[in-house]
Design a protein around this ligand. Sequence first.
Ligand code: ADP
Ligand code: ADP
Ligand code: ZN
Length: 223
Amino acid sequence: MTDTLTNLILLGPPGAGKGTQARMLVERFGLLQLSTGDLLREAVANGTAAGRTAKGIMEQGGLVPDDVVLQVLKDRLSSGNLGSGVIFDGFPRTLGQAEALDAVLAEMGMKLDRAIALEVDDAAMVDRIAGRYTCAHCGEGYHDTSKQPATVGKCDVCGGTDFKRRADDNAETVRARLETYHAETAPLTEFYARRGLLSSIDAMQPIETVAGRLAEILERESA
Ligand code: ADP
Ligand code: ADP
Ligand code: ZN
């Protein structure tokens, strides 16, 4: 059994700060970030069968079928070191995925310790998404107004000078993604609350404040 690991889910709509917080948790707690969005974008870039299925759906802001997402997730889980636990970022997004996750973890002798909901206003999400960009070299995330590099045009982490924006980060797709979130993913908070695994954080607060709350929850979990 590997139950000394802390495995957690970050729940929240597009732009809530899941990726930003997950990267900070990796730094601070040595956890492995597992973002199904990143895995699917990689599959699209590599032109794999999963990528070919996912591409058009992601451009429209819909959900990639559960079996496709589960396969890329399982491939990643079985191919590496899990650090001191896993942060599931952007997964599960449906009840079917939540149930499948329990089964996958059980097979690996692991369990889910906590699901943390990042709570935000829909109205703020369009701005978060529209202003989002990342370092093309190391993937560090930035925002046009809320998180600029210390030196404009130069990544704080790696010094890289190339940045990129996601093809699906436009006003039209954001609205579709928010609708998808409310229809398919929001019910998961209730699912985890019933099992006593849910914590919620007001993610309208500054990045560092949210990170502090997350650290408190994790420290309690691993105590
Ligand atoms: P998600 O992974 O949930 O889609 P991101 O972590 O990519 O969200 O964050 C979306 C954008 O909002 C990024 O540009 C990020 O820098 C910015 N951001 C993240 N958290 C906050 C926050 N608490 N306050 C303001 N901006 C934030
Ligand atoms: P966000 O910043 O909106 O949280 P992600 O990078 O997590 O975005 O996801 C981008 C897109 O990838 C989603 O809009 C969806 O099409 C697809 N995707 C990511 N994770 C999943 C998942 N668990 N199930 C289905 N589709 C997913
Ligand atoms: Zn960088």
